[in-house]
Ligand binder design. Structure first.
Ligand code: ADP
Length: 180
């Protein structure tokens, strides 16, 4: 695990499965607009949560790129799931602003709901085609900008599926200036 401190908030990276993070209050789903099961992260989260998650989520959709909504965790070990729709690279523009909006909205929603520890996958970097290096830069810069304004969130964990994606996030995390 790699960690960095921004004020009261620890930002860390691990290699693993976002659907298997039992010590977090909330995990973030790389959702589709309709908030249905789907593949990738959404498939893993919905499989672990059970059908109740989709039943709760469908009335909350459709959502737009950059938007986030919150639900319960159902059979997941986490109390909440925050569902974000990332931009499709090359289609939803400007990608950078929309990706940043996902992380900002998710963190603000988490804070409003008293969430202390939250985990994110690398939104948009799978089926949506966002290059991992570009996504890591936008993501970590946004998180470092937003966390000083939060009252409840104390841990932000990035759960990367591969060691190589974790290495990219680690480099971007370490490259951030201390006083953003
Ligand atoms: P998007 O549609 O937003 O691109 P995906 O679910 O296709 O979302 O993928 C987002 C990222 O999450 C990709 O880097 C993918 O490798 C990774 N990923 C896929 N499954 C998991 C999982 N169970 N836990 C963590 N990361 C995952």
């Amino acid at each position: 695990m790699t960690q960095r401190q921004f004020g009261n908030v620890t930002v860390e990276t691990v290699q693993g499965d976002i659907a298997n993070q039992p010590d977090l209050d909330a995990i973030v789903n790389a959702a589709n607009a309709e908030l249905r099961m789907g593949g990738g992260v959404a498939g893993a989260i919905h499989r672990a949560a059970g059908p109740g998650l989709e039943q709760e989520c469908i009335p909350l959709g459709p959502i737009k790129p950059g938007q986030a909504v919150i639900s319960g965790g159902h059979h997941l070990p986490n109390a909440h799931v925050i569902h974000c729709l990332g931009p499709v690279y090359g289609r939803d523009k400007p990608e950078e602003k929309l990706l940043a909006s996902c992380y900002r909205e998710a963190l603000l929603l988490a804070d409003q709901n008293g969430i202390v520890a939250i985990g994110f996958p690398a939104i948009s970097t799978g089926i949506f085609g966002y290059p991992i290096e570009e996504a890591a830069d936008v993501t970590l810069k946004t998180v470092a900008e937003v966390v000083p304004g939060l009252s409840n969130v104390r841990t932000v964990r990035f759960v990367l599926f591969s060691e190589s994606d974790k290495a990219v996030f680690d480099r971007a995390l370490m490259a951030l200036p201390a006083d953003l």
